[in-house]
Design a protein around this ligand. Sequence first.
Ligand code: NAD
Length: 341
Amino acid sequence: MKVKVSVNGFGTIGKRVADAVSKQDDMVLVGVSKTKPDYGALLAVSKGYKLFVPEEKTETFEKAGFKIAGTIAEMLEKSDVVIDALPGKKGAEMKPLYEKYGLKQIFQGGEKPSVADASFSTLCNYEKTLGLNSLRVVSCNTTGLLRLICTLNREFGVEKVRATLIRRGADPREVKKGPINAIVFNPPTLPSHHGEDVKTVMEGLDIMTSAVAVPTTLMHVHSVQLVLRKQASRTDVLDALERAPRIILMNAGDMGVKSTAEIMEVARDTRFRGDIPELVVVEDSVTVHGREVMLFQAVHQESIVVPENIDAVRALFELANTWRETLEKTDKNLGLTYRFY
Ligand code: NAD
């Protein structure tokens, strides 16, 4: 039996997650929700996704020429699980409705951790979340940090993490958001919440983060310093990152790629929608001094959490017993290669 999945909110994350669900053989996409008969609704229809709308908007959509499959309530009624991809904090408001229909729930990182039974990151805590009722896939920044930390933790142990996050100001299509010409202390008080968010998955980790937001829409960049538990050489660390799933170890010098603009250009040339669901670690930056590691990594905020949403469905329904099992399935179906070429 395939798990019936609905995607509530068809924006930046929702449209990508809907595409990813429709590529899996153990789940089926019931449909997606839209509140306005705009380009996003046309996109959903052009992909053959069933469109569900708020009851009071039925007429508006029909007048605009859309054939709708039903109301959002009807979409939820037909589903086993809802992936909530509404703007931050709206998911918590919808939770009572999801519960009314007896649905398992997946929320995104814009929600508070308390919205779900556990925060989730495949490489870190898949097995601990098997069979739960609800999960919160942590944010793009937290997913990026956790991919790195859990990979190195498995190989060498991680004692301590300090990271500075240089965050994109807004997503490419978000014309109303800034900053336009500033670097914003995001927030001015330290540490930033990102380290605390990492701890919702890796309880007890010694981590502190700071963050600034900059006028770019392309990617986030993290400057990370870690202390390993075991001594490792630079070659050991590079080997571990090279072997790791969902990480692209990119040699900036060899590629002639020294900025997020150029990384995105490579992605636009090689990837569907220009998405990079993998974490990009800059090989040249990896510096090892005793047990200390320093590096730069780049996060494509629009797509990095997409594979984790699929794994979260498998965790809730125990469709795969281990993180490796779900990861291999998800990544094969999404065509992830962990390299650009
Ligand atoms: P978005 O604004 O691009 O998409 C949200 C969509 O939900 C929009 O299409 C909006 O019209 C729709 N919507 C609003 N209210 C609705 C309702 N009542 N019913 C149905 N649809 C409704 O937002 P996003 O960037 O996709 O973010 C979604 C979640 O994912 C947030 O929690 C966010 O923090 C998280 N997230 C975002 C990013 C990112 O970089 N964009 C990365 C990781 C996680």
